[in-house]
Structure formats: structure tokens, C-alpha cells
Ligand binder design. Structure first.
Ligand SMILES: [Fe+2]
Ligand SMILES: [Fe+2]
Length: 276
């Protein structure tokens, strides 16, 4: 297991970013913006659950996993912090996180009614989606090639770290005694939850940006369909790699994409500050 390090991307958020920062394409820009709105509350939930599970089991014989969990917590808390700054700019542009209160309620219900192990299965499911989305971004650099350097940096950096820590919660779940059936049943719920929250946010961003007006609707549908269902569309990637999670033999590192991660880091290391 490689050491998991927290890094702060050197981004000046005070300068803001263009409304359609991703190459002037609103439908693709708002895919990223919707994900950004989801991250801070999701990542806080992941951290709280991982910490709760670690408190309940002894990892004395597994110092590597213990260290990996600390690295995971460090990375996710920096992600949340950076995306809060990103989201504050979206709010200044007139956008709103319309699922904010709903996510708060869902997280509270999960803590109240589900066991720590079931909540960790939720985290594992979401971490699988962030890992495969990260892999999609790293494998398809053309989707950010028309983005400003800082926006390409935050999405590349987040993708790299999601890849780097993709197995931490999965290994913790197994160390805590979690089994296949719970993992897979919860993954189905996570998938429905993710699709609903993402779609609700995505359409609200498009609506507020007037992209759903009759005059702009055909263009929006075209851009959106191409991104999701085109030749190398993200939907096919999510479907293919998402379904692998259902196998009893699944492990996040069955797909070894470390080289992609290292190549991105080698190119962008100078724009990241490692924390001790
Ligand atoms: Fe993250
Ligand atoms: Fe993560």
C-alpha cells in the first residue's frame, strides 16, 4: 500500500471563474458543477463514518490500514474545503445547491438508523463512483483541455486522490467484518441516491442558467447527450466499471490505474503543496 498524502492545490479562488468555464460548454460545465455541490457534505459523511468504524475495531495489527485511513481523512477534508470555495463562487454566480438540506437529512437518518458497518458500505459504494469518475477524468484529458488551468487542476487533483485512496474504505469494511451481500445491496441504494441527487442538481443548474429555454434546449440536449452517451461517454464508463462492484471477487485495485495517477502527479507536482 503506497503512502496516502494530503496535498493542497495552489489555486487562487479569489479570482473566480467563468460561468461556462469548461470551454464555453454549459451542459458539460454543469456536470462538474453539480458534482462539486455534492462533495463537501458527502466527504464529511465519509470522514465521520470512517472515524466511527475505526473507533469500534482494533487496527493495532494493521498499522498500514490505520495510516491509510488517516491519509484518507486528510485528503477528503481538503477536498471538502477546496470544493466549498469552488461552490461559493457558483453561489455568487446565482446558482444554488438545491439538495443541501436533503443531504443533511439523509446523512442524519443514516447515522441514526444504520449501523456503522452499513454506513461504511454506503461510503464504499460512493468511493467506487468517485474512483471510476476519477479514472474517467484521468483517462480522458480532452474533457478538460479547454478549461482554465486552475479548473483543470482541481479536477485532476481530486481525481488523482480519489484514485489513490480508492481502496481505503473497502479494506476497512473488510477488516471490520463487512460482507458481500450488504455491500452489494447498499450499492444499489447508493446508485439510486447518486442518480437522483445528481440529476436534481444538474437540471436545477441548467434551468437557472436558462439552458432549458426552448431556444437553447436543442443545443443543451446535444451537448449533454454527447457527454453522457457519445462514443466515449461517461455513462458507458460508469455502467461498465460500476457493474464490476457487484462481483464477490471485486477489489478496487483489480483495476490497476496507478500509472495514470503517477503520470498526472509528475506533470502537476509543482502546483500542489504536500501537507506533513
Ligand atoms: Fe474526495
Ligand atoms: Fe474519496
Amino acid at each position: 500500500m503506497t503512502k496516502i498524502t494530503g496535498r493542497i492545490p495552489q489555486i487562487d479562488w479569489s479570482t473566480g471563474f467563468e460561468r461556462h468555464w469548461n470551454g464555453g460548454n454549459p451542459a458539460v460545465t454543469h456536470v462538474f458543477n453539480a458534482l462539486s455541490f455534492l462533495f463537501p457534505q458527502g466527504e464529511k459523511f465519509f470522514i465521520d463514518v470512517a472515524r466511527e468504524v475505526v473507533r469500534g475495531i482494533t487496527l493495532d495489527r494493521n498499522p498500514e490500514l490505520q495510516q491509510a485511513v488517516s491519509g484518507f481523512v486528510a485528503q477528503e477534508s481538503i477536498h471538502g474545503n477546496q470544493h466549498n470555495q469552488y461552490n461559493a463562487i457558483l453561489e455568487k454566480q446565482g446558482f444554488e445547491n438545491v439538495v443541501h438540506d436533503l443531504i443533511d437529512r439523509l446523512n442524519a437518518l443514516s447515522h441514526r438508523y444504520f449501523s456503522p458497518l452499513t454506513n461504511l458500505a454506503i461510503v464504499c459504494g460512493y468511493e467506487h463512483y468517485t474512483a471510476i469518475l476519477g479514472n474517467f477524468i484521468l483517462s480522458n484529458p480532452q474533457i478538460l483541455e479547454r478549461a482554465p488551468a486552475d479548473m483543470a487542476l482541481i479536477w485532476g487533483w481530486h481525481s488523482v486522490e480519489e484514485t489513490e485512496h480508492k481502496a481505503v474504505c473497502f479494506d476497512l469494511y473488510q477488516a471490520a467484518g463487512g460482507g458481500w451481500l450488504r455491500r452489494v445491496l447498499v450499492f444499489i441504494l447508493v446508485t439510486l441516491d447518486f442518480i437522483f441527487l445528481f440529476a436534481r442538481l444538474y437540471f436545477s443548474l441548467l434551468y437557472r442558467d436558462h439552458c432549458l429555454r426552448p431556444s437553447r434546449l436543442p443545443g443543451t440536449i446535444g451537448q449533454s447527450l454527447k457527454f453522457f452517451f457519445g462514443g466515449s461517454g461517461v455513462a458507458w464508463h460508469l455502467l461498465w466499471h460500476g457493474s464490476r462492484y457487484l462481483s464477490p471477487l471485486f477489489h478496487p485495485w483489480n483495476q490497476d490505474n496507478r500509472q495514470r495517477l503517477q503520470e498526472w502527479l509528475a506533470e502537476n507536482q509543482t502546483r500542489l503543496r504536500e501537507i506533513a
